[in-house]
Write a protein that binds this ligand. Structure first.
Ligand code: ZN
Length: 313
């Protein structure tokens, strides 16, 4: 056990994980290798250390790795880390781990194959003398994009507590905000540039939306604070629409909006936003589409994610 828990062994296992590319294909399609190879490595390593481990499908060839120790009855504790990484743009040797000044360098060493190695090591140690109840390891796919792996795991494995091993500079993080992404499409009416009087610029309407979203952030969300996580907030992350030299844009001016919220159900939150934004922009007659999808760090048992919505009118 000493050997397994030594710094050298942990760094060595981390290096082995770094050597296996697992770039998230959703955020770097040109190099996205997915999590299958590293998940299979983790499964085999755990099995070799006496831990029951298996792969669970998430999307395509991108599985979660799940492992378990069990002894009698008792609560279920989850250790969670993600297996995917961001892309490698600008890196010379992303998958050749290098130890310099006591630090391991390589894509994912910090975020978060070091944590995955720690979870695997903990499972190997616990498997020798399992504590009462269950301990599950969730090495999940797709955290860097849509957290599909975590959602699949939560849906399949009820648990009493979870330790997320995302790097935090050694601090204990005791609370977490949820977040949601929205895509809002704002419509206008196309017209030739010389007959602007017949048109209604979707870009200008989107600008009104952006201003409204900013006011909603400052005047409503930032007033809601909680001791451990501070205020709720929201920002517009992307705006697109129109083409140079073309007529007044008609439809596809859109804004993508990210929000953070806490202590409110998704339904209440989205209902309030949907009332607030058009009123704040003084454009209650907007025609707009709305797509929203919440991701929450913790979801209560039996409360499924609400479905994405499209086009109100
Ligand atoms: Zn991470």
């Amino acid at each position: 056990m000493e050997g397994l828990l030594s710094e050298t062994a942990l760094a060595g296992l981390t290096a082995e994980l770094v050597r296996i590319p697992s770039v998230n294909p959703a955020i770097a399609p040109e190099e996205g290798t997915g999590e299958a190879a590293v998940a299979a490595f983790a499964r085999d390593w755990l099995a070799g250390h006496g831990v029951q481990a298996w792969l669970e499908p998430v999307i395509g060839d991108r599985p979660n790795l799940v492992a378990e120790t069990r002894a009698g009855n008792g609560p279920t504790l989850v250790f969670c880390a993600h297996l995917d990484t961001v892309g490698t743009a600008g890196m010379e040797s992303p998958f050749t781990p290098a130890l310099r000044d006591g630090r391991l360098h390589g894509r994912g060493a910090y975020d978060m194959k070091g944590s995955a190695a720690a979870v695997m090591t903990a499972m190997a140690v616990l498997a020798r003398e399992p504590p009462p109840g269950r301990v599950l390891a969730a090495l999940v796919a797709d955290e860097e994009h849509a957290s599909l792996g975590a959602q699949a795991f939560v849906a399949a494995h009820p648990a009493d507590a979870c330790i997320l091993t995302e790097p935090s500079e050694g601090d204990l993080v005791l609370a977490h905000k949820g977040f949601a992404w929205f895509e809002v499409s704002v419509r206008g009416r196309a017209a030739h540039g010389s007959r602007f009087d017949l048109g209604d610029s979707a870009i200008e309407n989107a600008a009104a939306f952006v201003a409204a979203a900013r006011r909603f952030d400052r005047e409503v969300l930032r007033q809601r604070t909680a001791a451990l996580v501070g205020p709720a907030s929201q920002h517009v992350a992307m705006v697109a629409g129109g083409r140079a030299g073309r007529p007044t844009p008609s439809v596809a001016s859109s804004a993508s909006n990210a929000a953070r919220f806490r202590g409110r159900s998704w339904r209440r939150w989205s209902a309030r936003s949907r009332r607030w934004w058009p009123a704040a922009a003084s454009r209650p007659t907007w025609s707009w589409c709305w797509r929203g999808r919440p991701w929450c760090a913790i979801r209560r048992r039996g409360s499924p994610s609400p479905p994405a919505r499209r086009c109100d009118r």
